[in-house]
Design a protein around this ligand. Structure first.
Ligand code: SDX
Length: 430
């Protein structure tokens, strides 16, 4: 079948550009030769219509509300598997068999401790430092401890660095939480699975053990699965761009954490809970919905809307179910914040403004209530998102490094500044 092409015409000149098709989803118009042919750039701030790469990892159909990790639907993975199975799938492309799963779990478990000297980094932060600030600093510092896994051209070192990142993020996140609340660090316990171990490191103390509630550990594990990867979102694109220069994987992940922190991205779960707390009671919802619709008011309903999903975020549905399970387990089934959230969702989904703009709850809308019920302060919400998203960042970074056509990312611009002008010597100025 002949290759599909697109034709661009400027004045009396026309250029033909190849169109590439993926396995599913939208085609792409290949403009790699556009500037050379036309001396013009494309212009797409926010990259709303731009594919930055080809990838086999995650597929999103925003109109249908579909999310696939390596072809498997997110709800099937969240219901049937565990987080380390999802990590293996995202990294290697296939679901692990029994031997592969046991080996992978063992290898990750053997990397959960961090170098003891790293504990000193924490005391350099103010006691009330936001845990995300600590995460950016400490994760970036990992590169100063693991010189044996910085040669990104060596597949073995790439895999060791990937395992270390996945294994150590919960330990560092738990330490950031303990530092934030003034409690001693708790070492990982290799007898526990990934998510139970994380809850253990966060909530046990030297004074008494923390009995692992299997329902809460399962909920934590499912929340990690839901947040594991999401195509070329802002933080993943940040990791890819940092990695395209050849920066080491630890530094790239630190860059991804920094980007995720923003309230328009991973910081939305913290912002959504603070918003629900500010609304307080269902009778105040109309006031906030009106503000969200007011063009002159910068307020937005946090946890609503999405660049890609113009339908219900499939993760939000599973998060809502998990929210109900956790609240029931901890005895807060009638949490007033949940009542406000469900009434806000009901009102928003029937409001013409939200219907017309296709604004639906996203993953961050219910996650805040769930994480609060699990015992985490709002300042830890985005840290938990970062723990989960590390495998997605690493898988996407690895895919980029292993792409033989990979080159450094270097976008251009539309220049709107001053035209060339002569320098005016200081003594000639007023
Ligand atoms: C995540 O990209 C990913 O995949 C991210 C993520 C992942 O897993 O990595 O899914 C995680 O970041 C989820 C999104 C969390 N953010 C929030 O919940 C913050 C609130 N949402 C908005 O800030 C916004 O919806 C974005 C940032 C998520 C998306 O913004 P876009 O794609 O740039 O869309 P837009 O801002 O152009 O909005 C389109 C219209 C605008 O109105 P008009 O200018 O066209 O008149 O919808 C309006 C916006 O004003 N709008 C909202 C709104 N979100 C968009 N109005 C009220 N409340 C909102 N939440």
């Amino acid at each position: 079948m002949s290759e599909k092409t697109a034709t661009l015409t400027i004045g009396d000149q026309s250029w033909s550009m190849p169109i590439h098709s993926g396995s599913i989803g939208p085609d792409v118009i290949d403009i790699t030769k556009l500037y050379g042919q036309t001396k013009a750039f494309t212009y797409d701030p926010g990259f709303t219509s731009t594919a930055s790469c080809s990838s086999e990892i995650t597929y999103i159909d925003g109109d249908e509300g579909v999310l696939l990790y390596r072809g498997y639907a997110i709800d099937e993975l969240a219901e049937n598997g565990d987080f380390l199975e999802t990590c293996y799938l995202l990294l290697y492309g296939e679901l692990p068999n029994h031997a592969q799963k046991e080996d992978f779990d063992r290898r990750v478990t053997r990397h959960t401790m961090i170098h003891e000297q790293m504990t000193r980094f924490f005391s350099g932060f103010r006691r009330d430092a936001h845990p995300m600030a600590v995460m950016v600093g400490v994760v970036g510092a990992l590169s100063s401890f693991y010189h044996d896994s910085l040669d990104i051209s060596d597949p073995h070192q790439r895999m060791i660095a990937s395992l270390r990142m996945i294994a150590k993020m919960p330990t560092i996140a738990a330490m950031a939480y303990k530092y934030y609340i003034g409690q001693p660090f708790v070492y990982p316990k290799n007898s526990l699975d990934y998510s139970a171990n994380f809850l253990h490191m966060c909530f046990s103390t030297p004074c008494e053990d923390y009995p692992i509630d299997p329902i809460l550990a399962r909920a934590m594990d499912r929340i990690f699965i839901l947040h594991a990867d999401h195509e070329q979102n802002a933080s993943t694109s940040t990791v890819r761009l940092a990695g395209s220069s050849g920066a080491n994987p630890f530094a790239c992940i630190a860059a991804g954490i920094a980007c995720l922190w923003g309230p328009a991205h991973g910081g939305a779960n913290e912002a959504a809970l603070l918003m629900l707390q500010e609304i307080g009671t269902p009778d105040r919802i109309p006031e906030f919905v009106a503000r969200a619709k007011d063009k002159n008011d910068p307020f937005r309903l946090m946890g609503f809307g999405h660049r890609v999903y113009k339908n219900y975020d499939p993760r939000a549905k599973i998060m809502q179910k998990t929210c109900h399970e956790v609240l029931a387990e901890v005895g807060h089934a009638d949490d007033p914040l949940l009542q406000v959230a469900m009434e806000l969702e009901r009102i928003a989904l029937t409001d013409d403004y939200f219907i017309e703009k296709k604004l639906y709850p996203n993953i961050d809308f219910y996650s805040g209530i769930t994480l609060k019920a699990l015992g985490f302060p709002t300042a830890m919400f985005t840290v938990l998102f970062a723990v989960a998203r590390t495998v997605g960042w690493i898988a996407q970074w690895k895919e980029m490094i292993e792409d033989p056509h990979q080159k450094i990312g270097r976008p251009r611009q539309l220049y709107t500044g001053a035209a060339p002008r002569d320098y005016l010597p200081y003594d000639k100025r007023d």
